[in-house]
Design a binder for this molecule. Structure first.
Ligand code: GLA
Length: 711
């Protein structure tokens, strides 16, 4: 029996043996050993509450090397390895010839070192024999040429033959490892990204459009194809456009892409689920702000959301990165995993500088603070050859620790200490920011001001709001909203009728909805709402956008959201300004433009209206940081939002996590200066086993504080 390092789990290593002993299995009648009764049926009992991991590629190393690596991982407190996600040519070296014995032995050896395994399906890297025999499985680039071997992600996500082969390899893996007690979960594929633009893909897109619209008349009407004589009289005439095209066509292609990733993923989920214990979770590794597909479409069939969190060049920006964590947490509305993160530096940025000493640890705590339950480093060790030789690792080419190893080992000790306290806790926020892929795509296709970036716009709200509330959810407009005191929708450009009705109900139910500029301009087909902005919400607002202006230079805005005169500083609209009008007698003006292009002079820039106990506000300008700070302060005050912990110095990030009767605050100092924090009450400092009322935190210092939950 193994001794639990953390938590109360225990199981027998000998149980690992004999699950998939057939080392070579030929296609046709499955000769994989019949699966024994599952050893456990519930999912979390065997996992440490906070997990530290690494991406490990045993197929790249002689077996004699495995044990020293696993030994070093164990000493660092690493709980799990992710294995297999690019190993198809090792698992199936020739068609129908399956070799899983090496993986079986790697998993067993990991178990011996108390390291659990997340298995990746290897479909992001099909073997050369496969695409040689089935060339139709190669994706077609936008220039019409098939992708080739030499890199990865060369497969076509919509091709039926590729689906069949992907289903097969995922099933074979699940038959072998679906009951393996040391396998805790699955990652499907790796970072879905590349689409395919071949004639078959186009046909599938056309079929998809047919089932969405039913008739060409409906499609033509919704896309206004009379424009430029685009009227379609045959489904086969409809092209694929990705950059400049009819906005309805562009949006539908992305919706098709998203649905196709969903079915691509479901194909493998089904394969795994037919063989695996339900305790084994299924996830995939997403990519933060990446907008290649709608993650809200793809996520619901997963058990767990996960993402790959890379800083790249420079240093951690806790606002941008924190919002990406909150975004990922919003995919399933619960704690998530950081499936990959950089051990110091990457190899793909312009300058691949390293994170400072202490920054990797601070970043890991920032991850946990935003609701991650696992942080896993990519990668353990660089292959001796391969595209990523320069990437940061935890051991060097000689197999001994890099300087960063000790910092990660410190995290291993800290995760073990804080795990029981953070177990079962997650992030609960009073404020939600709405994020929509449709809106981001719609704006990015027609930015109108090339510097206007919808993610930056979202972050301009997120940063100051987080300073006040200390916790924010980033969710889809389709998520439940009634639990939030404040819902903010920056640049929610596409608001379909159904979403509008939901937002109206939220306001009527007593919530405060703040719409940012460019909101409510488009409908579900990326067509203009005829009411002008904010479309179906204009009546509730009692006002609307008369005209929008891309700004050549900042325009001063006047009014200060009720802040005392002493706090007033000059404030500006940047990049974008909308001239608002007030239609209802009870709609108030919060902000006006100073003199600028004549059209905007003296006109409303932000308006608000009370609706029963609720409120709707429209901010028609992209505000600079001073104006946004005042706006955020006003938003939280009018909505009754409270700070999770209390005031702290600006460079200290506060992350509350709660669950049951436990409330835990993680604090990290990302500033250069040492700072002092006075706590509202005495708390238990978990990492130092002491009671504290006042804390001193140097740069990258971390505190994990437990207190009784608020009621
Ligand atoms: C991605 C991939 C990994 C690796 C890293 C390098 O996240 O998933 O396989 O290439 O980037 O940073």
């Amino acid at each position: 029996m193994r001794t639990p390092r953390n938590g109360n789990w225990s199981w027998s290593v000998s149980a690992l043996v004999a699950l998939c002993l057939s080392t070579t299995v030929f296609t046709g009648v499955s000769q994989v050993a019949a699966s024994p009764t599952p050893l456990r049926s519930s999912s979390s009992e065997s996992r440490a509450p906070l997990l530290l991991g690494a991406a490990w590629y045993p197929e790249q190393w002689p077996e004699a090397r495995w044990e020293p690596d696993l030994q070093l991982m164990e000493s660092a407190g690493i709980h799990f390895v992710r294995v297999g996600e690019f190993a198809w040519s090792t698992m199936e070296p020739a068609e129908g010839e399956y070799k899983f014995d090496w993986l079986e032995r790697a998993i067993a050896l990991a178990a011996k070192h108390h390291i659990q395994v997340v298995l990746g399906t290897p479909t992001a890297a099909p073997p050369a024999w496969l695409t040689q025999k089935y060339p139709e499985t190669l994706r077609i680039n936008e220039d019409g040429r098939p992708d080739e071997h030499g890199n990865r992600q060369q497969f076509n996500w919509s091709d039926p033959k590729y689906r069949e082969l992907a289903h097969d390899i995922a099933s074979r893996m699940a038959e072998c490892f679906g009951h393996n007690p040391n396998v805790i979960g699955w990652q499907i594929d790796n970072e879905y990204a590349e689409e395919s633009y071949g004639p078959d893909d186009r046909q599938r897109f056309q079929q998809w459009l047919k089932s969405r619209y039913g008739t060409l008349d409906a499609l033509n009407a919704r896309w206004t194809t009379a424009y430029w004589s685009q009227t379609y009289t045959d489904w086969n005439q409809i092209p694929i456009e990705t950059g400049y095209g009819n906005p309805g066509l562009l949006l539908n292609w992305k919706l098709f892409v998203s649905d196709t990733w969903r079915s691509y993923q479901k194909n493998q989920i089904d394969a795994i689920r037919s063989h695996a214990d339900t305790r084994q979770f299924i996830t995939t590794n997403m990519m933060g702000w990446f907008s290649g597909y709608d993650h809200y479409t793809v996520s619901p069939e997963l058990d767990l959301a996960a993402w790959d969190d890379y800083v790249g060049e420079g240093h951690l920006d806790p606002v941008r990165n924190g919002a990406a964590h909150d975004l990922t947490r919003g995919f399933l509305g619960k704690s998530f995993w950081v499936m990959e993160t950089q051990p110091g530096f990457v190899n793909w940025a312009k300058v691949n500088n390293t994170l400072n000493k202490g920054e990797v640890r601070a970043m890991a705590w920032h991850d946990l603070g935003h609701g991650a339950d696992a942080v896993s480093y990519w990668q353990w060790r660089s292959a001796l050859n391969g595209q990523e030789e320069y990437h940061g690792t935890l051991v060097g080419a000689d197999g001994t620790p890099t300087p960063l190893y000790a910092e990660v080992a410190q995290l291993g000790r800290e995760f073990a200490k804080a795990g029981p306290v953070l177990a079962g806790t997650s992030v609960h926020s009073e404020v939600a920011i709405l994020h929509s892929y449709e809106s981001r795509w719609a704006i990015n296709w027609q930015r109108h001001n090339s510097d206007y970036d919808p993610v930056k716009e979202l972050l301009s709200y997120y940063g100051p709001l987080r300073d006040y509330a200390q916790s924010i959810d980033v969710v889809s407009p389709d998520a439940p909203l009634s639990q939030y005191k404040l819902v903010v929708a920056p640049a929610l450009n596409v608001i379909p009728e159904e979403t509008a009705q939901k937002l109206i109900a939220y306001v009527r139910g007593g919530g405060h909805l703040v719409l940012g500029d460019r909101s409510g301009m488009k409908d579900a087909d990326n067509a203009l709402w005829p009411q002008r902005q904010p479309g179906p919400l204009a009546d509730l607002l009692g006002g609307r956008v008369e005209q929008y202006y891309a700004l050549e230079a900042p325009v001063e805005v006047l009014g200060n959201f009720g802040q005392p005169a002493s706090m007033r500083a000059k404030q500006y609209a940047n990049l974008w300004a909308e001239q608002l009008s007030v239609k209802a007698p009870d709609t108030e003006v919060l902000l006006r433009y100073a003199k600028s292009n004549g059209w905007l002079d003296g006109q409303p820039a932000a308006i608000t209206r009370r609706v029963g106990k609720g409120r709707i506000t429209y901010i028609g300008a992209s505000l600079d940081s001073k104006a946004m700070a005042a706006a955020a302060n006003w938003m939280v005050r009018t909505s009754g939002v409270t700070r999770a912990l209390g005031p702290v110095p600006a460079s200290i990030d506060v992350y509350p996590r709660s669950g049951g009767d436990r409330l835990v605050y993680i604090l990290v100092n990302f500033g250069k200066k040492t700072e002092t924090v006075d706590l509202p009450s005495e708390m238990t400092d978990i990492l130092h086993d002491s009671k504290v009322r006042r804390l001193t935190l140097q740069q990258y210092d971390v505190a994990v504080l437990q207190t009784a939950a608020r009621h």
